[in-house]
Design a protein around this ligand. Structure first.
Ligand SMILES: [Zn+2]
Length: 306
């Protein structure tokens, strides 16, 4: 039976967003509540209440998919790698399945972004899609034929903590990363990293959006900062292309609004890619902030959903 509704939940560090998506992909109901910071049980309760409220509005029981800022260990079933640290070590999927009285699917939020854009977004109908989040942090997810590549360790697509490829002498060892190493892609490509790089080179403190705006209006120092950023992003994405050779790379997160990247990065990445011709496209997202709930909803395919 074709699902009438799927519920997608995007569990974020500051808010939990929930939406009912119908079979055609339209979002019918959307609700958001603040995330109960540092309180695991309250977080579970908030998700259950959100699902209950949405189901009351749509009048039917729906499948539930949840995007989380971390992943579920395939070995222990416990949450790991979450920057919302109060989730770490808890059996979130089991607890939600008991509370919601139905099977529930959880996935990393960057994976949900990739799935959303691969299902009916910028990379709709493309076979292999890499979704990359460039925001406060850096994340990635891989969708192949409309399914997430979770991986044996549930870290498929975790690109941000690889080292920056082909580093120049002044990029070694690179800024320290919270993961314990230095020079991870995240330490060069997050929004705060872009701002820090600008400060290192110019002594000026500007946010990433301010740098992007000033570069657009011709400020030479900001243009140089953005140039370094685009070149580093090109190196980082070239290694993704060399590995999984995606049809498209879709960019999400706050920095996805910098339109110059879509022009410059594909010009810059060719020299690092092991192919005479590169057809991989670098695309802005279609669904933007809705990708979290949409991708979570799509964790259930139409033939499987309630
Ligand atoms: Zn790192």
């Amino acid at each position: 039976m074709l699902a009438r509704f799927r519920i997608g939940i995007d569990l974020g560090g500051t808010k939990i967003e929930g939406a009912a998506v119908d079979a055609s992909g339209s979002v019918c109901v959307r609700r958001r509540v603040p995330t109960p910071i540092e309180d695991y049980q309250a977080t579970v309760d908030a998700i259950v209440a959100l699902v209950g409220g949405i189901e009351q509005e749509i009048g039917v029981t729906a499948s539930v998919g949840i995007g989380i800022p971390g992943s579920v260990s395939p070995i222990t079933g416990l949450v790991k790698n979450a920057n919302s640290t109060w989730l770490i070590g808890h059996p979130l999927q089991r607890d939600l399945e008991i509370a919601l009285r139905r099977p529930t699917r959880l996935a990393n939020d960057a994976n949900c972004f990739a799935l959303s854009e691969a299902t009916d977004g910028a990379a709709a109908a493309m076979e292999t899609v890499f979704g990359v989040i460039l925001g406060t942090g850096v994340g990635g997810g891989i969708a192949i034929r409309g399914r997430i590549l979770v991986g044996a360790n549930a870290i498929g697509g975790e690109w941000g903590h690889n080292p920056l490829p082909c580093p120049a002498p002044d990029e070694i060892p690179g800024p320290p990363c919270y993961c314990g190493r230095s020079g991870c892609l995240e330490t060069f490509l997050s929004g705060p990293a872009l701002a820090a790089d600008h400060h290192r080179h110019s002594g000026r403190s500007l946010s990433a959006p301010e740098i992007a705006r000033a570069a657009e209006s011709g400020d030479p120092v900001c243009r140089a900062t953005l140039g370094r950023y685009a070149e580093r992003l090109a190196r980082g994405l070239a290694s993704v292309i060399n590995l999984i050779d995606p049809d498209a790379i879709v960019v999400g997160g706050g920095l996805s609004g910098i339109s110059a990247l879509y022009e410059h990065v594909p010009r810059l990445w060719t020299r690092y890619i092991f192919s005479d011709r590169v057809v991989t496209r670098l695309l802005p997202p279609v669904h933007g902030d809705s990708s979290g709930v949409r991708g979570a909803a799509w964790l259930w395919r139409s033939e499987e959903a309630l």
